[in-house]
Structures are given as C-alpha cells and as structure tokens.
Ligand binder design. Structure first.
Ligand code: NAP
Length: 305
C-alpha cells in the first residue's frame, strides 16, 4: 500500500477510523475489522480517548498487543467526555493526564500522532503546545496534530509553535467528503500553505458515499445511517443530499467507477491529504475500501464534483 507523510511518520493512504469500536462494535467484531485492516496493509489507526467511552483505545491496546510496532497509532484528547459531562479541554495539566491515560489503555509506551480533538477557547494554544512539546521530548508522543481547526486557528497555532521553537502540529483532521466540501477553501488550503498533512474525517459521510443507499428505498438494516435518530435522518437525508448522491453516482459510473471509488479518489487527489481514515463495521468493508482506493485519476478529471 502507498504511504504518505504525516510529519516524520509514514502512513498508509487508507487508514482505519476507529470510532465504531466499543460502541456499535464489541471486541470480537472489532478484532475482525482490525485483523482485516492489517491483512490489507493498513498501518494508520485513528482513535480518540472518548470513542466508545474509552473502549476503542482499550480494544486497540489488547488487539494490537504483539503487533504494535507495525502500526501508526493516532489518538486524540480534549473532546467530549461522557464521564465529565463536558469537553476535556487542552489545559497543560490535563494534556499530560490524558496522554498517560491513553498510553495505559493503548498498552504502549508512545503515541505516534497525538491530536487535540477540538479547539479549547479557554486555554492559550501556546500553553497546550508547551505541554505537548514536553511529551514529545520525553518520547511519549512522536508527532502532534489538531482537529476541527479553522484556517485562522491553524495559522495561530503554527505561529505560536514557531515562536517557541517547540513541537508544531504536523497534521489537521477536519470533516471533508463529497457531501461536505466547505473545508476545501478553509482548513485544507491553509494546511497546504503551512506544510501540514490533512486527514479528512467522515470521508464516506458515515456510509452515504459507500453506494448502499437509494432514494425512496428502505435504509438497509443495521447500518449506521438507519440507526440515526429520526431527527438526524430528516436533517441529513434531504432531497438535496439525494440529488447530490445520484449526481455523483452518475459521474463515477460514466467513468466506469463506483461512488465509493470516487469518494476515495476525490480525497486522495487533494493536496495535502495523507490518509483516508474510513470507518468500517466488517472485514469486507475494509477490503472494499482498500480496493476502491486504487483508482487514481488525474485531479483534473474529477475536479468538478
Ligand atoms: P465514515 O468513514 O464516513 O463512514 C464509516 C461508515 O461507513 C462505517 O461505519 C460503515 O457504516 C460505512 N462503510 C464504510 N466502508 C463501507 C463499505 N465499503 N461498504 C459499505 N459501507 C461502508 O465515518 P467515520 O467512521 O465516523 O469517520 C472516519 C473516522 O474519522 C472515524 O472513525 C474517526 O477516526 C474520525 N472522526 C474524527 C472526528 C473528529 O472530530 N476528529 C469526527 C468524526 C470521525 P455501517 O455502519 O453502515 O456499516
């Protein structure tokens, strides 16, 4: 599998999003998905301390035991904590506490990519970067990244890191897919200008870009989308969304490809996308995603959608 750079790390261009683990997937099903990913040559695993209410990290720690050195483990801190009833935030003392807890759950001595899940407006970014820099110096973290940052927030963080001479964010993870394109002109272009890697999240729009949903037909049972509360379904599955899905499907099929292939190609031809961390609930999905990622048309051919 092709690899790209996230700072000093080499990551597979198809990664595995781990937010189903410990929530919709129990440990046995999680193991089947992880084994399939490793078998397909996926090396990047993206989790967070709050996925599955900490179980995603716990499962990864147990399942990857003995195979840790072959993978790039990315996790996050600072997002919503069910147990606290609020976001963890990014205060320096908390950064260390959260990192130590993730290291324990992941059963490892280092986190390869440690990401701030979401900006914390109450903590100066320079303070957070200082705490992260200490973890890097101690060897507990190899690279640091951020998530849900706007272009302005990226610029500010990069300026603060350069001023201090300490560790800088080498990646940003924001929402980007063919149904949510706003970040193209914001985080993505800023990341390119700052020389950061970009990791798009919800790359398949929670499965809507996998090609398994049709307007007017029942949502396939057991899918994430079918499990959404009615309010969310109504909000997301509008006529405009179905129009767009149909338009994209036609666009892909006219070129002899599937919607799933287009979803990967559209992201992988965008600079500076490093890895498409699609989530999966079954080994077959992992295999389909890796196969779909092999279509690499010139960016100009798929510039329109
Ligand atoms: P996603 O990758 O857009 O969609 C994943 C879902 O698509 C799967 O759960 C599965 O749903 C379906 N799917 C995947 N491959 C398929 C295939 N080949 N055929 C049919 N269905 C397929 O959404 P995501 O997993 O939420 O996002 C990816 C990762 O991004 C997460 O795991 C997480 O690591 C990260 N993320 C980060 C943030 C952040 O704030 N930083 C936010 C969200 C996500 P079914 O249940 O229908 O099988």
């Amino acid at each position: 599998m092709e690899t790209r750079r996230v700072g000093s790390l080499g990551v597979s261009v198809v990664g595995l999003g781990c937010n189903n683990f410990g929530g919709r997937l129990d440990e046995e099903r999680t193991r089947a998905v992880i084994d399939a990913a490793l078998g397909e040559g996926i090396t990047l695993f993206d989790t967070a301390d709050n996925y599955g209410n900490t179980r995603s990290e716990e499962f990864l720690g147990r399942i990857l035991e003995g195979r840790r050195d072959g993978v790039v483990l990315a996790t996050k801190f600072g997002g919503w904590r069910e147990d606290l009833g609020r976001e963890g935030g990014a205060r320096p003392e908390y950064v260390r506490e959260a990192a130590e807890a993730s290291l324990r759950r992941l059963r490892t001595d280092r986190i390869d990519l440690y990401q701030l899940h979401t900006p914390d407006e109450t903590t100066p970014i320079a303070d957070t970067l200082g705490a992260l820099d200490e973890l890097v110096r101690e060897g507990k973290v190899r690279e640091i990244g951020c998530s849900n940052f706007t272009a302005a927030e990226l610029r500010q963080a990069d300026g603060a890191a350069r001023a201090s001479g300490g560790a800088r964010f080498v990646s940003v993870q924001n929402e980007l897919n063919l149904l949510a394109t706003d970040d193209v002109d914001d985080g993505l272009s800023k990341a390119a200008r700052l020389g950061m890697a970009y990791i798009p999240y919800f790359p398949l729009a929670s499965g809507l870009l996998a090609g398994k949903f049709r307007r007017g037909e029942p949502l396939p049972a057991g899918t994430r989308v079918a499990g959404w509360p009615a309010e969310r379904r109504d909000e997301q599955l509008t006529d405009a969304t179905w129009d767009r899905i149909e338009e994209l499907t036609r666009f892909a099929e006219e070129r002899g490809h599937s919607l799933l292939e287009l979803a990967f190609a559209w992201l992988l031809t965008k600079e500076p996308v490093a890895s498409v961390i699609a989530g999966a609930t079954a080994p077959e999905q992992v295999a389909a995603n890796v196969a779909a990622s092999r279509w690499r048309p010139p960016a100009s051919e798929i510039a329109y959608p």
